[in-house]
Design a protein around this ligand. Structure first.
Ligand code: ATP
Length: 140
């Protein structure tokens, strides 16, 4: 296999991951996609979910991404997301609290028109994905 992939995950405030990867698997808007070195270039939007990569030692790393964009080049993957956290940086209690809040809002939004159903649903998806990433078995 020819070299590694440079993986960059950035948000408006910070660089969350800047690492060498053997493989990257990301939650594309049209389904999960995997990248190996030498992949054809493409650009795609992402869903809220879990990005996984194998670092240069072969350990699997897991990162939450809140949607956004991915640019894939033969030797580089760049993820631009509103928010992203490595597994070890996720505050599970905060995610569980966000989940409860979003569930309450969704229940209310069914009765009240002034509440934004889509916004509550997106918050719910972020919270669920964070809990899933935080509870994933591998190192983050
Ligand atoms: P909350 O309602 O708890 O703020 P949210 O989904 O609305 O959750 P975001 O807008 O996605 O939060 O993120 C705002 C900032 O807070 C980002 O910097 C993000 O990385 C961070 N963040 C949000 N939730 C968590 C969490 N559970 N653990 C660690 N960092 C978090």
């Amino acid at each position: 296999m020819a070299g590694n992939i440079r993986l960059e995950v950035v948000t408006p405030d910070k660089s969350v991951v800047s690492d060498e990867a053997q493989t990257v698997v990301a939650p594309g808007a049209y389904g999960e996609f995997g990248v190996l070195p030498g992949h054809t270039s493409f650009l795609t939007t992402l869903k809220i979910g879990m990005l996984r990569y194998k670092d240069k030692t072969g350990s699997e790393r897991i990162v939450f991404v809140s949607g956004g964009f991915a640019e894939v080049l033969p030797d580089k993957v760049t993820i631009l997301a509103e928010s992203a956290e490595r597994r070890r940086d996720i505050d599970v209690e905060r995610a569980r609290a966000a989940l409860r809040r979003a569930e309450e809002r969704l229940a209310e939004a069914r009765k009240r028109e002034d509440l934004d159903f889509n916004r509550a649903q997106a918050a719910l998806q972020r919270a669920l994905a964070r809990v899933k990433v935080a509870e994933a078995q591998r190192a983050g």
